[in-house]
Design a protein around this ligand. Structure first.
Ligand code: ATP
Length: 365
């Protein structure tokens, strides 16, 4: 985690709910964001991310719950009294104003004098690497430049908290990836608490200290990117973050069993779990010829039939039907060394899963 700027504030969200009639857009959500942390709200369309962000900003009124910025309850404060900078997905810049006038706008609202306004605009333009653009018209800028101006306008008054709603969704893939790194760098330099919304899991993993995943208005899990990937709380998270196949396993007195095979597991999951599943990340399975590797304390070996092999450039995706009948995906890197183990469709294969990569998740969620 980055060190917080002296002025950065923690955010405490407690039992926050927003209903539209009987529909719960945000349903009893509680978590904390540390001072200076970069946290992303991630989830499928309609899961309540924007509604939550709007409640933090003060544009939507919750039905219940509390939002504290530091030690201040802000639930009854209007947006401009919350000391929050905001960047929206469609930039929301004023087209009739120049770049400089756009950026100076929040300073004018706060009655900052002209000389200081000009100085701060110059400094923030340096920061977003658009020095010398103050006189330009908004219509003369590219999408990425507009996004940087929107960011400059959101941070020019040095808010203690920055909120961003899908800030990069209008940009093409390459620019989006560059901007992800740039925004993260800017956050690290300024150290403000930042909360961003996205439905792009790669963007969330790239930019964030922690990610809060939402499902149907509820917080499903909040964790670091690597914990979300390695230790998903349930099948929904495992499915949403990265690729995964799942096979049903049974509890027996000896341990968890797939077909008639006792599993060697890194994590047997919560003992009370109903419907345990073995999570199989495609890149963690390796393909070998039948009988080439034996099961032991350190690894699991599953036998099956290769069904299809799809070339995807840097890797190949191979579909295998395991003998008990479940179909799983295996990703094999496209290296010459791996080609010897590459099956054709219809060939028998063994799949090797090392014990540390064998994790159980619950079907619930
Ligand atoms: P997306 O990724 O598509 O932007 P989201 O996770 O940000 O989705 P929200 O915009 O927070 O989702 O919406 C959550 C749910 O609340 C959705 O089902 C939406 O239809 C509903 N909703 C949002 N605003 C209203 C409203 N003013 N009246 C009724 N329902 C609403």
């Amino acid at each position: 985690m980055t060190s917080a700027a002296p002025t950065a504030l923690p955010v405490y969200i407690s039992a926050l709910s927003k209903y539209y009639g009987a529909f719960r857009a945000v349903d009893d959500v509680s978590f904390e964001i540390a001072a200076g942390e970069f946290l992303t709200l991630l989830g499928p369309s309609g899961s309540g991310k924007t509604t939550l962000l709007m409640m933090l900003a003060g544009f939507a009124r919750p039905n219940a719950g509390s939002v504290r910025l530091g030690d201040r309850e802000v639930i009854h404060l209007p947006p401009h009294k919350r000391d929050i900078g905001m960047v929206f997905q469609n930039y929301a810049l004023f087209p009739h104003m120049s770049v400089g006038e756009n950026i100076a706008y929040p300073l004018k609202l706060r009655s900052v004098g002209r000389a200081e306004r000009e100085e701060r605009v110059r400094r923030v333009l340096d920061l977003v690497q658009l020095s010398g653009y103050a006189e330009r018209r908004i219509t003369e800028l590219s999408g990425g430049q507009r996004q940087r101006i929107a960011l400059a306008r959101a941070i020019v008054f040095e808010p203690r908290i920055l909120l961003m709603d899908e800030p990069l969704s209008a940009l093409d893939k390459q620019l989006r990836e560059t901007m992800q790194i740039e925004i993260r760098r800017l956050h690290d330099r300024l150290g403000m608490t930042t909360i961003s919304v996205t439905h792009d899991q790669r963007e969330a993993l790239t930019m964030s200290d922690r990610v809060a995943v939402f499902s149907r208005g509820r917080l499903a899990q909040v964790a670091t990117p690597s914990d979300l990937y390695e230790k998903p709380a349930n099948r929904f998270i495992a499915d949403f973050i990265g690729e995964s196949s799942f096979i049903p396993v049974r509890r027996t007195p000896e341990g968890l069993v797939y077909g008639d095979q006792l599993l060697r597991l890194a994590d047997a999951g919560d003992g009370a779990q109903a419907d345990p599943l073995l999570m199989l990340r495609p890149e963690r399975l390796s393909i070998v010829r039948p009988g080439q590797v034996a099961c032991d304390e350190k690894r699991n070996v599953f036998s099956g039939l290769a069904q299809s092999v799809v070339f995807q450039g840097e890797s190949l995706l191979i579909e295998v039907r395991l003998d008990p009948g479940d179909v799983v995906l295996v990703r094999q890197s496209n290296r010459a060394g791996e080609a010897a183990n590459r099956p054709g469709a219809g060939e028998r294969v063994d799949l090797v899963l090392d014990r540390p990569d064998a994790r159980i998740v619950s079907a619930e969620g």
